[in-house]
Design a protein around this ligand. Structure first.
Ligand code: COA
Length: 324
């Protein structure tokens, strides 16, 4: 028997408050036209002052449990990807555990910024493959609004808040033909690129929370290169070619990066899930939010080849290839 992790539930949560480009243009020197043209972003959601990353995550997790038809007692493990935890410690995942009323199992956070969801999914998948867990909740949740320098027009227009969650479960299958589930994961990082995208604060360096700092052009250049190469790596590992992809669910940072990556692999635009226009860049939450949107729209069918991929600060980048 071959054991693979299959996705059995998905939930999304976005804060109520919609902030349009026009609204931002009232306080900084920007315009709806500039932001749309350079990024594809039209609006983003911003969390209330009292709404924490864990609150967003709990809402998404509850919906994922509901769509999976499971109860909270079925969850063995929560792996939560975030770069904006509620507190320095404990892990935001344990706040989510408490919020769900889950008293058994384990919960921890993963930090790989915008690639966080792929890292978390890879870890969760490994727990299932080796039989250490049966059912795992994987969450990406962020409140990037708290670490933005709202006076910096080069970064403040790009990000939003939100959370997405999926539940994966082990499935024993007798044949490796048309095997369902997560078929492979591919993770990379290169710490030499720290200065292109980082937060200038933290408990061990400045004792402050800090603000996001970015060399946008450098990040852009590396993003298309890294996302295209990890996508090729995932296809090659499974003896597949770009035409075999039914759905590409990329990290949602910039429509031009998404289009550039798809063009490099000659992927048809209608196979690419795009939500950056509505959500902006929600870092670790962007992939599960895009996936949830595609599932709610009824796009993804059993046996479809779905590739998730991301790139973020570090740099980190990675991909997961799933036969649904
Ligand atoms: N509104 C209006 N003008 C802006 C602006 C804004 N919000 N932000 C920057 N500009 C200006 C710049 O000051 C510059 O003006 P100048 O030519 O007079 O110097 C001009 O627009 C062009 O700036 P540039 O940085 O070259 O634009 P760009 O085409 O590279 O687009 C980004 C900027 C940030 C949208 C783009 O580089 C990008 O998306 N990078 C990747 C960011 C990302 O995805 N990060 C997260 C990865 S996980």
């Amino acid at each position: 028997m071959i054991r693979r992790s299959i996705v059995v539930g998905c939930g999304c949560y976005l804060p109520q408050r919609v902030v349009t480009n026009e609204e931002l243009a009232r306080s900084i020197d920007t315009s709806d036209e500039w932001v749309r043209k350079r990024t594809g972003i039209v609006e983003r959601r911003i969390a209330d002052e009292n709404e924490k990353t864990s609150d967003l995550a709990i809402n998404a997790a509850k919906e994922a449990i509901k769509t999976a038809g499971l109860s909270v007692n079925d969850i063995d493990l929560i792996v939560l990807a975030t770069a904006t935890p509620d507190e320095t410690f404990p892990a935001t995942a344990t706040r989510v555990q408490e919020g769900l009323g889950m008293t058994k199992g384990a919960a921890f956070d993963v930090q790989a910024v915008c690639t966080g969801f792929i890292y978390a999914l890879n870890i969760a998948d490994n727990f299932i493959r080796v039989g250490q867990a049966e059912t795992v909740m994987v969450i990406g949740a962020e409140t990037f609004s708290r670490i933005l320098d709202w006076d910096d027009r080069t970064t403040s227009v790009l990000f939003g808040d939100g959370a997405g969650a999926i539940i994966i479960q082990g499935l024993e299958q007798s044949s490796d033909k048309n095997l369902r589930g997560i078929l492979s994961n591919h993770l990379h990082s290169d710490g030499r690129h720290h200065d292109f995208l980082y937060v200038d604060g933290g408990p061990s360096s400045t004792k402050t929370v800090g603000h996001l700092r970015m060399e946008g052009r450098e990040v852009f250049r590396h993003a298309i290169k890294n996302m295209a190469s990890v996508l090729e790596e995932a296809l090659e590992a499974n003896n597949l070619s770009p035409e075999d992809i039914d759905w590409l669910v990329p990290h949602q940072a910039n429509k031009r990066i998404i289009d550039g990556t798809a063009q490099k692999l000659k992927l048809a635009p209608e196979k690419v899930i795009v939500t950056v226009d509505r959500h902006a860049n929600t870092s670790a939450a962007s992939i599960p939010l895009a996936l949830g949107t595609a599932l709610n729209d009824g796009l993804i069918k059993e046996q479809d080849i779905v590739v998730l991929e991301a790139m973020g600060g570090g740099f980190t980048w990675g991909a997961s290839l799933i036969r649904w």
